[in-house]
Write a protein that binds this ligand. Structure first.
Ligand code: PMP
Length: 282
């Protein structure tokens, strides 16, 4: 496959990272992952806005302005002749002798990007998924989409070893998010999800689903909720670029509701799929 490396395109095998790249040494960098449908990037502007915000929060100077970066990503998709899949890219603070503080002289950021083809499925998990409820041991700036994902990696692995598909994390009994997704619950017809503060990543899919809920007239509360509320929810689902809307039907040994994907999750997934059909046709 063809990859993006700074401003050029290389074959995957030619892409090499310096051993003193701060992304490699400290996880000092940011990333985005976007869904591609019919060769077009879905919710592109929101992803680029989030990237710009992540860069500002880490005081990282992006190597190119957004129009140029978008142009490079479009070319990357074209060069790979990809219709449906993902584009992933990251920017690190660059390569320099290892020191925690920012480089004193200006060095170039390192941009790398790649694609992964994957078919477009209407419903990835028709029976819902099983999750494990685990402690959120991550840092206090989960709102920044940084490369430093060890808390997410450890929880995802622990969930996997427990026979679950993912983990839902909580801080002292307050549900935050999943390891790669946001978490929603439905109680008496109201959609509830953690407010977008420093404890969660404000998912682009989360924002899109909140918009769909508004259009469908589903009441929404953006607030903290407890693990107890989660276990007593009528429905639980996760959202991410990868899964869109995915029902959670089991939390450790507790079935959610009647143990089947619920009507609100289905209604939102249907609306989501209609929006994608419309996006493709535009
Ligand atoms: N939270 C975390 C921790 C994530 O890694 C992701 C996926 N990148 C999300 C939420 C969902 O974000 P998005 O909808 O933008 O994919």
């Amino acid at each position: 496959s063809v990859i993006l490396y700074n401003d050029s395109f290389l074959m995957r095998e030619q892409g090499k990272v310096d051993m003193e790249d701060r992304g490699y040494q400290f996880g000092d960098g940011i990333y985005e992952a976007l869904r591609v449908y019919n060769g077009k990037m879905f919710l592109l502007d929101l992803h680029m806005k989030r990237l710009e915000r992540s860069a500002r929060e880490l005081r990282l100077d992006l190597p190119y302005d957004t129009p140029h970066l978008v142009d490079r990503l479009k070319t990357l998709i074209q060069k790979n002749e990809m219709n449906d899949g993902y584009v992933y890219f990251q920017v690190t603070r660059g390569a320099i002798a290892r020191k925690h503080r920012f480089p004193e002289k200006k060095i170039d950021c390192v941009l790398t990007g790649s694609v992964e083809a994957t078919p477009r499925d209407e419903d990835l998990h028709p029976d819902g998924i099983k999750v494990s409820l685990l402690d959120d041991i991550r840092w206090l700036r989960c709102d920044i989409k940084t490369l430093n994902l060890l808390g997410n990696v450890l929880a995802n692995q622990e969930a996997y070893e427990k026979g679950a598909d993912d983990a839902i994390l909580h801080r002292g009994g307050i549900v935050t998010e999943g390891t790669t997704c946001n978490v929603f619950m439905v109680k008496d017809g109201t959609l509830i999800t953690h407010l977008a503060d420093h404890f969660i990543l404000n998912g682009i899919t989360r924002l899109f689903v909140l918009g769909l809920a508004e259009q469908l007239g589903i009441p929404v509360e953006e607030r903290t909720f407890t693990t107890e509320e989660l276990l007593n929810a009528d429905e639980v689902f996760i959202t991410s670029t990868g899964v869109r809307v995915c029902p959670v039907t089991k939390i450790d040994e507790h079935p959610v509701g009647d143990g089947r994907p619920g009507p609100v999750s289905q209604q939102l997934l249907d609306a989501f799929n209609r929006a994608i059909v419309k996006f493709i046709a535009e």
